[in-house]
Design a protein around this ligand. Sequence first.
Ligand code: BG6
Length: 467
Amino acid sequence: MNNRFPADFLWGGAISANQSEGNWRADNKGPSVADIMRTNERISPSLAEVTARLQDKHDERYPKRNGIDFYHTYEQDLQLLAQTGCKVFRTSIAWSRIFPRGDEKEPNQAGLDFYYKLFSSCKKLGLKIMVTLSHYEMPIYLVEHYGGWKNRQLIDFYVNYCQTVVKEYADLVDFWLPFNEIDSVFRHPFISAGLVKEDQSMANLCQAMHYQFVASAKITSYIHQITKAQVGCMITGIQIYPATSKPEDNFLIEQVRQQMYLAGQVQIQGNYPKRILKMMTKKFDLDITAADLHLLKQGTGDFLAFSYYTSIMKGVENSGAKAEGNTISGQRNPYLASSKWGWQIDPVGLRTLCLDLADRFDVPLFIVENGLGAEDQVTQDHQIHDEYRMQYLQKHIEQLSLSLNEDGVDIMGYLIWGMIDIVSSSTAQMSKRYGLIYVDYDDENHGSGRRLKKDSFYWYQNLMKEN
Ligand code: BG6
């Protein structure tokens, strides 16, 4: 590969707590929204369904309750990760390990101890740490008893949790992300904001989004006050094409883009576009105070982080073959190949998105998730020949190099999603694997849990040596 990256480029791997740790009730952990998700469903439960699922003791039906047992295996797993030669490890803190219900005043010491040990292990291995404070795993008690993020009280609960962990790990963490893909409140309101089926009106979605923006700004200011760490605003990197050159199709995709840009505008530039603020206050009569708007101005992020997996095509007629994407679905683009899950593979889309976001927000970019979800076969001699994954990653990295060197975009780093196989977020399947390291569990949590290096592991190790 003829790629050029600066010596301080931040290569690494990312996972989340709810998809990896398992042990959903260990050491006083409270249940989270992730713990009630079954395999192959897009979850949007009613309040009654939430309660029923919490009482369901069949853990094997809920793969995120088991994860890959990272809660116990983190030391060995981090050692494998460090063997690749990468520099950054991103994970999240499970809010409900620290505050099991979410509204307590005092934290759960066992939860704090776990992350102290985890982050210390990273440091011993020379890894920089990026922490997501909320990655689709809010305590479910806040859903049942407060109605999720449509309730202003959530701001205080979240800030109390975040201040506790930021203070605790101030000397260990290098980068903080207040929310994972904050814009996704609009696309999956339950796992993103704890809004149950009966609460998903547009007004509630906008209110929840606003409270998350305020909470994020508060904690961003706090991090800036007490640490030297950088804070990123993280959005879902969606590359979207109109299905035809019909003006209506173009208008439709512009609307989706505006939704994605909104989080960047508020969290990087510190204000709502006037048009949107007017709609939110006049049309929906939302609770947005002058003090909130002041906080948004104070607590802006240092860089724009985003995930990127796929592009999607949309049109008003919504005809033609269907395609899936990261929290969004649409139509099949005839120029692109797809993964088994219908996610279209579009490396050039990544370069285009970098160009778009760079000029729009004028801060450094950080690709904090990219990878291919695929089914892997283990040969009799315990090998995994995942040529498809190497090709996917290589092509995206090539486009990144062009973005840096030809387009002059300021890109801080690139994290592979998964690195080690974990449970899929959207489908809760273990068989949708992203890792360079294979984990022997199936969708019902059967298996030895043994870790095996895939071919892509060695390929990435070489890439790190070259760079
Ligand atoms: C991102 C999420 O949206 O997509 C991750 O931040 C998730 O948590 C990733 O795992 C890939 O999606 P999936 O559904 O294939 O796991």
